[in-house]
Design a protein around this ligand. Sequence first.
Ligand SMILES: *[C@@H]1O[C@H](CO)[C@@H](O)[C@H](O)[C@H]1NC(C)=O
Ligand SMILES: *[C@@H]1O[C@H](CO)[C@@H](O)[C@H](O)[C@H]1NC(C)=O
Ligand SMILES: *[C@@H]1O[C@H](CO)[C@@H](O)[C@H](O)[C@H]1NC(C)=O
Ligand SMILES: *[C@@H]1O[C@H](CO)[C@@H](O)[C@H](O)[C@H]1NC(C)=O
Length: 251
Amino acid sequence: MEVTALCFKLLMLGFLLLEKTVQAHKSGTVVLRIIPNRQQHFEYEPVSFYCESNIGSTQIKGIKNAKEFYPACHSEKPPTGSSCMFDKVYAGDSGGYWCETKQGERSNTLNISVTGGSVILESPALPVFEGENVTLRCIKKANSSKLTHFYKNDFPVQISPAEEMRIDNVSKSNEGLYSCSISDGGTSPGSWLVLRGNSFNSTPPHGAPISDDLNVLVVNLLRIAIIIFVVAVLLLILSKSEILVLKSCRA
Ligand SMILES: *[C@@H]1O[C@H](CO)[C@@H](O)[C@H](O)[C@H]1NC(C)=O
Ligand SMILES: *[C@@H]1O[C@H](CO)[C@@H](O)[C@H](O)[C@H]1NC(C)=O
Ligand SMILES: *[C@@H]1O[C@H](CO)[C@@H](O)[C@H](O)[C@H]1NC(C)=O
Ligand SMILES: *[C@@H]1O[C@H](CO)[C@@H](O)[C@H](O)[C@H]1NC(C)=O
């Protein structure tokens, strides 16, 4: 009987550990961030990518004209994840960047646009939550007292001396391609303002749903295996005690 109790305890412990491991893996996330936190950048300025991962080492990759590449940046090993730092970015560095684990799990993709021009639009690099207040800022290289124009889908939405445009309580209707210009200067490239839910609907994180399904499958298979094992052990113990009973009966 003592053996059975011990057996059960060990099994329960094993099961708990298994559940914990699977939980930890499920909440595994890979997130790519950028500093400065915007989509557009001036040429010859520093830009750093940081990949935060709680599921092992990652590598930062880029895509440009449908071709994937490993960016020519230098990295400092942060405590978790990886980094990719450019002392200077060039127009040719424009493209999409993400990080990837050895298992092929991918983070969000950040599209950056590096301009040789004199005006950029500062907009959030990451998709925003519905209800958030967003500030778009028109940044120029040199000082100017002229009017700043903000455009949404190429239509002016704000013309004023202010270099900022606030969008309070962001909703679906605010999504679009934003840009800005300064009356005496250039026009910035366009940047997409995207709500968080939508970006995931249109570009599901690579592999995440599949690995979740796999996790569920593995857990269920292991549950069945454990049940079979427990039944087998019980049957073995029962048959042994029967033999003992039979033996003592004969004796
Ligand atoms: C990033 O750029 C690619 C290719 O230009 C595009 O398909 C994708 O939707 C963009 N993603 C975001 C979040 O803007
Ligand atoms: C957004 O702006 C409104 C009006 O200025 C303010 O009442 C609200 O608290 C702000 N919301 C957030 C999340 O900052
Ligand atoms: C821009 O103007 C501010 C004052 O308005 C001045 O302190 C600064 O040096 C100027 N910058 C450039 C690049 O001219
Ligand atoms: C934000 O917008 C939603 C509708 O899109 C509205 O129901 C809500 O009251 C708004 N919140 C604020 C703080 O204006």
